[in-house]
Structure formats: C-alpha cells, structure tokens
Ligand binder design. Sequence first.
Ligand SMILES: Nc1ncnc2c1ncn2[C@@H]1O[C@H](COP(=O)(O)OP(=O)(O)OP(=O)(O)O)[C@@H](O)[C@H]1O
Ligand SMILES: [Mg+2]
Length: 503
Amino acid sequence: MLGGAGGLWWSGRAAARVAHGLRASIVERVAAFDRPALACYGHGDLTMRVTRDVDLVRLWVQSLAIWVRIVVTVVVVLPAFALLDPLLLVIGVATIPLVALANAYFPGRFDAANTSLSEAFGARADAVDDLLSASAAVRGLGGESALVRRHHDRSAVLTDHTMATARISAAWSAVPPAVPRLAIAAGLAIGGTAALHGDLAVGGLVAFTSWMTTLTLAVTIAVDLLSSRGQARVAAARIAEILDTPVSDDDPVDAETPPAGGALVARQVTAVRDARRVLGPVDLRVAPGEFVAVTGPTGSGKTTLTRLLCRLEDPAAGSVSLGGVDLRRVARVELAGRIGLVPQRPLILAGTVADNLRVGRPAELAALRAACEIAVVDGFVASLPDGYDTELGERGATVSGGQGQRLALARGLLGRPDVLILDDVTAAVDAATVAIILARLRAWAPGVALVVISHRPSVLAAADRVIRLAPDGTATAASTATAGGTVTGIGDERSVGVGGFGG
Ligand SMILES: Nc1ncnc2c1ncn2[C@@H]1O[C@H](COP(=O)(O)OP(=O)(O)OP(=O)(O)O)[C@@H](O)[C@H]1O
Ligand SMILES: [Mg+2]
C-alpha cells in the first residue's frame, strides 16, 4: 500500500514537472521564432503541440509507477508457479515470448496511425483558429461558409484517423491478454489431469488459476501502458520538432552596446523572399531628432524595410547599424529597448487596456496616460467603462482599426526608444489627428529618431527627408519634402527644426 501510494505520488509529481518544463520550453522557443520558423507551423497546430502533445507525454510519465507494480507481479508470480509444479512454471514462462511477440507487432502500426492522428488534430485546430479569427474578415464575402466547410472536412479526416487508431488499439488490447488466458486453459487441462492422478492438490490448481488471472491483468495493463507510450513517443517527436526548429536570434557571444545619440544607418540593404528580391538596395540614415518618411506603392517593400531596421530580419545584403555598431553585434534585449517598431497591423491582446500598453513592462499609470495623450487615444480610453482597466476583446474585437493603431502607437511610445519606426500607423487615422500626433510626438521626445512609413502627403510634407521606394523595391529618390523635393544623400547631416512636425 505504501509502495503504491508513494509510487503514484512520485510519478504524479514527475509528470507535472515534465509537463510544466515542456510547456515552458515550447513557449520560450516559439517566442524566439523568426519569420521562417513561424511559417512552418499553423497557430492551431502549435496550440495542439503545447496542449494535447504535452498531455500525452505527461500521462506516460504518470504511468511509470505502474510499471513497477507489473514487474513486481511477474517476479513474484512466476517463482510461485515453480513451487506448485515445474510444468505450470513452463506454461507461465511460455506466455512471455508470445505476449512479447504480440506486443512487437502492434506498436509500429499504432505509432504510424498516431502520427497521422496528431497531424489531423493539428490541421483541424488550424481550421478552428482560422474560423474564429478570420471569419469576420470574409463574412461579407460569403467566405465563412468555405471556412466552415474546411473545418468539417478536416474534422471528417480526423474522425477517419481516430477510427483507424481505434481499430489497431482494439486488436492490440485484445490479443496479448488472450495469451495468458489460453495458458489458464492449458494449465487447467494439464494441472487438472495431475490433480486427478493425485500429483497436484486441487488447492494448487485454484492457486495457479488465480495467479494466472493476476498475470492476465498485468498483461492487460501493460498493453495499455505500451499504447500510451506509443502516443507519448509521437507527441514527444512533435514537441522536439518545435524545440529543434532553428532560429537566427542567438545573441553574439561578445555583444556590443551602441553608444547613445548615434544614428540608425542602413547601407545598401536588400531583402529576398522566395528567391525574389523584394527590397533594395536602399540607403537610409536617421539621426536623433530627425524625421525620415518612407513612401512607395503597395508591395514596394516598406514593411520589409522596417523589419530590417529593427532586426526582426537580417538583410540579404548590406548592413544596418546603430551608432556605428552593426545590429547583428547587439544583444536582442538591448535592441528591443533602443529601437521601437509599431507594426502596420496592430495586435491587440486579450486583457485590459493597461495590459495591452505595458505588454509586461513596468509602467506607471501616469506614463500610460502620457503615451495615450500623444497617440490621441486618451479620449477613447476615458470613454471606456473602466478606463485603463477595461477588458479588450480577444484580438481587439472591441476596438476600431484607428483606435487599435493608436493604442499600438502608445504601446511603442511607452518603451521610450531612441529610434521609433511607425509602419503606416496613421493609415486609419484622420488627417487632423495625424497632425496632432506628429506635433505631440516631437514635443514629447525631441531627441527621438523617427522613421515613418506613410502614403499621406501631409506626413511626407512634415518630414525632414522622404525616401521613395520604387515598385521593384529600389530607392529612387531621397528628397527633402520641406524644401520642395531636392535630393539628399545618406550622409546628409543637417540639423532639423521642429517646424516640420507642425504640419
Ligand atoms: N512572407 C512573405 N513571403 C513572400 N513574399 C512576401 C512575404 N512578405 C512580403 N512579401 C512580398 O514582399 C514584397 C514587399 O512587401 P511589403 O510588406 O514590404 O510591402 P509594403 O511596401 O509594406 O506594402 P504595403 O504598402 O501594402 O504595406 C511584396 O511583394 C510582398 O508580396
Ligand atoms: Mg506594409
């Protein structure tokens, strides 16, 4: 009793630790994923790996203590047979290779079926994720029925795989325990004859039968454990896939810290996607206090350029440096604090307004207010029932596009970076508000280096320099908008007045 209780306590504890450790490792790894790594997995599939697959491994670890009981049962029962009758021992021992043979046949098939089953679970979870997150975007087009159909199709595939796995598992759980049952029959025949001849006491025969039944039970449980081991092995391989996915984010061993007050400089950077050059070569320089606007037609590589400037990606050629230090030589944490990016598609997380602004960083309410005021979203927050403590729906379901963009801008401002990159964040904001935002931004942080992606003439007019990307991603001209279109190069160091920001 003590052994059983202690074993289960131990394996339960070990299982909880393993599950926690695996989840933490997966989440940390996924958080470090770069663009190519993320492209390998769907959101739903990742969720399945963190939940179902980790649970399968946990169940396997939890069952380890039961193995001890099974081994103890076999070790005790077999010598007991020898005491009764050597022939009964032969029968008992003969079951072992037969049971082993049956257990060698099924696991391979079961693993293969389980791999397909896990993939089907991932695919369906992806379909559910799409249905929940994308149906609003395509509902107006009648596209939601396609999403629902896709979900049903994947569910049907999942059901097929579930049935295939169930068939194997049914045969597996029936065949091995039948071996000791047959042995009971053989034992009764042989032992019964011996009892008739007076060579074996009837009590001995009863003991044989009940011990053999114990052995049958042990085999049945062992099969159960073996199949859960098969599931755990497939799950573990899927988890290992995530943990082994290479990412390019590893910090340099001797990381450097860029000096304060340095310029962000991109030299002849290019970006390549699917063997196609989508950007560059482009030169860009923005010093503290400067405001550089980048414009160009849709698909010309503006967003790609912003990713290079904050090292969400490394350029295929050329280099980006801050204060003369190549970004590749700077630690990630340092970079995140020095260069802030407000992306084109703002992401609002489930949680309160304050959670969304802080995203884990410590910040006083006063700082939140100040950031929201600059982003001209303070009025909106004040109008919410609980102000900064109002829960926002998952994925920003409860905020408008412009409100989401301005909340994301406030989030970017909170970090007080040296360089602030805004990717078309004013696209969904009216012109008058944009002018206010730009003026307040400059007044709040006159020393910040600003890179603003925009199509708006008013934003371009307010900039110190404008870089125009051609449709093929090359920079065609860098002109001073304020001076009416003269071209300035990368080495342009002229000081810039605040006037440009007034719009
Ligand atoms: N993950 C990707 N895989 C392949 N090609 C991509 C990927 N992301 C972007 N592209 C391509 O790279 C090019 C540049 O895209 P980018 O998002 O930088 O354009 P953009 O100038 O920001 O456009 P917009 O004004 O519409 O925001 C486009 O042709 C786009 O199709
Ligand atoms: Mg873009």
